[in-house]
Design a protein around this ligand. Structure first.
Ligand code: NAP
Length: 524
């Protein structure tokens, strides 16, 4: 069983014990007492271990390895001794491999503490800058040391690919091990530690108390990343983009997996711009079949890269995605076959059809105004034009509007282009805002002046692709004018539902998606 460990810096043992009790209450299995900041009476450390509400791991981390003390090895050993001198033993003792190797007195002292029925010895090596060139030398030394019960290797990930190396170390099963990557690219190694059989992973008690870059909180591990549901067989999904730190997709999809009792975990997957990064990372994840990578939502700046990648690998691309020139969903079948599709246009079409209570076929002949000519607009134009609607693209940069119109005009519907400031002239059944005007925090902005919106009558559908805020100024004014309004919230939920169904083969729990997104947006 992989333990969920909460690290606690010990300044005041009474406060640390209260924090440890909170960690126990929130479902941690172990606490790490970091003795390095402690300046008090050594007897306080024995009492801390004796009264610990959870089994504990004790560390006195040196400053040169990411800790907070510059005391010499002999002093650090004294503190470890003090922590082991009570009536209960810590479960584990963590010391730096470098100090253990270079200082015979420190090594002998540590060995004396862990000998017999003493705590299990964790030998550890950390690099807070990069993946160290000496990683495998450190690993071998830990494997060879007869006293070392647990290997711990932690380094700052250079890209998502570093996580695979951490999982490889765990998979080799030399000894019980902890292999963690730090920083924004290291999250998979922390969250998926259980899938790959690590001894433990660390989770901060709260946002303010993390001890390493990229460490998630206990609450995130438990509720956002489905810690308790994770198994060896768990399939891995995520949102690929850059940046993806604020994406709403992880909470929405993980809530969906929980509602459907589906064996999957969904993670943020930051991949820097440029095709080479996308190809190298996604390629490596697919080639490591044991990793269990089964699909992804793909967002800016990689939507075009997804098409190229799936084409290069001989996968299948949905025809409308080819016309749009971008896809946002990757599905990896059991045999490794790849599929790319675009779930954005379907989300918009289905939201509008539901609001008007019409089938998709009845969109033929409808007049649609699309504001904006970027990636979202392209999917919306392709969807409506592909179903026979007459579309006008209004954009600030008229050349981009023309380019988009030319790409789809005459395929099935008519597509024309005009300047954004002419949008008020339009006489349409459906208006779709695909610009970011009105998006949080610029919530007072609108792509259409209120006096023009007033003339749109009941029966006109106004769709804003923006999902934060849920009701934009454009939608508020359109609702006041009697229009049917649809928030981008609905587009987000439905495009996520199409992805969920493509991955799981099950109907998406739409209400759970809506509740989760609403809760997240109101907290943001
Ligand atoms: P994009 O490719 O960058 O395109 C942005 C478009 O908006 C361009 O046509 C741009 O005009 C126009 N624009 C930007 N700022 C403007 C301004 N101040 N005044 C006038 N026009 C402006 O972005 P995108 O990916 O298409 O995304 C657009 C919107 O769709 C975003 O608000 C996003 O939140 C939303 N979206 C929502 C969902 C969802 O699930 N709800 C999914 C995808 C996108 P120029 O060509 O002149 O630069």
């Amino acid at each position: 069983m992989t333990l969920l460990a909460v690290p606690l810096l010990v300044h005041d043992p009474a406060k640390t014990l209260a924090d440890a009790a909170r960690a126990a209450e929130f479902g941690a299995d172990l606490v790490e007492y970091r003795l390095d900041p402690y300046e008090g009476d050594p007897a306080g450390l024995a009492r801390l271990v004796d009264r610990s509400p959870l089994p504990c791991l004790v560390t006195c981390r040196a400053g040169w390895e990411g800790g907070t003390t510059d005391r010499p090895e002999a002093d650090r050993l004294e503190r470890l001794r003090a922590a082991c001198s009570g009536s209960r033993r810590p479960a584990y003792l963590d010391v730096e491999l470098a100090a253990y190797q270079r200082d015979p007195a420190f090594r002998d002292g540590v060995r004396a503490l862990v000998d017999g029925d003493g705590p299990g010895l964790i030998l550890s090596s950390h690099d807070f800058k990069t993946r160290p060139p000496t990683l495998y030398q450190a690993l071998e030394a830990m494997i060879d040391d007869p006293y070392c019960r647990v290997i711990k290797l932690a380094w700052f990930a250079r890209s998502l690919r570093d996580n695979l190396e951490a999982f490889e170390i765990l998979r080799q099963d030399y000894k019980p091990a902890i292999a963690l990557c730090m920083g924004e690219f290291g999250l998979p190694s922390r969250v998926l530690a259980k899938k790959f059989g690590a001894l433990l992973t660390f989770a901060a008690l709260d946002r303010a108390s993390g001890t390493a870059p990229g460490q998630p909180t206990l609450a995130e591990m438990k509720s956002l990343y489905r810690w308790d549901a994770q198994r060896e067989s768990t399939r891995v999904y995520g949102v690929i983009g850059y940046p993806v730190g604020h994406s709403m997709s992880p909470p929405v999809h993980n809530a969906g997996f929980t509602a459907a009792d589906y064996d999957g975990i969904y993670l943020p997957m930051p991949i820097p711009p440029e095709y080479e990064h996308f190809k190298a990372t996604v390629g490596a994840w697919l080639d490591a079949e044991w990793f269990g990578f089964r699909g992804a939502s793909v967002t800016i700046p990689h939507k075009e890269n997804l098409l190229r990648f799936v084409r290069d690998r001989g996968g299948e691309i949905e025809p409308l995605s080819v016309q749009i020139g971008a896809a946002n969903t990757l599905t990896v079948e059991e045999g490794g076959q790849l599929r790319a599709l675009n779930s954005d246009y379907a989300a918009v079409l289905d939201s509008v059809c539901d609001a008007l209570s019409i089938p998709r076929d009845a969109l033929a002949g409808k007049r649609v105004a699309v504001l904006g000519a970027g990636g979202a607009a392209r999917a919306v134009v392709a969807g409506f034009a592909g179903h026979g609607a007459a579309v006008v693209v209004y954009n600030r940069t008229i050349e981009r509007a023309r380019e988009l119109a030319d790409a789809f005009n005459g395929r099935t519907g008519n597509v024309a282009a005009a300047a954004l400031d002419r949008a008020g002239d339009s006489c349409c059944d459906v208006i779709v805002n695909c610009t970011p005007i009105g998006m949080h925090p610029h919530v007072d902005a609108t792509p259409m002046p209120a006096e023009l919106v007033k003339h749109w009558g009941p029966g006109t559908v106004v769709f804003d692709t923006i999902y934060n805020p849920i009701e934009t100024r454009l939608l508020r004014e359109a609702r006041a004018a009697g229009c049917v309004t649809i928030p981008g919230f609905e587009m987000f939920v439905r495009q996520a539902a199409t992805q969920f169904e493509a991955w799981t083969g099950q109907p998406a729990p739409l209400d759970r998606f809506r509740d989760t997104l609403r809760t997240r947006l109101s907290a943001s």
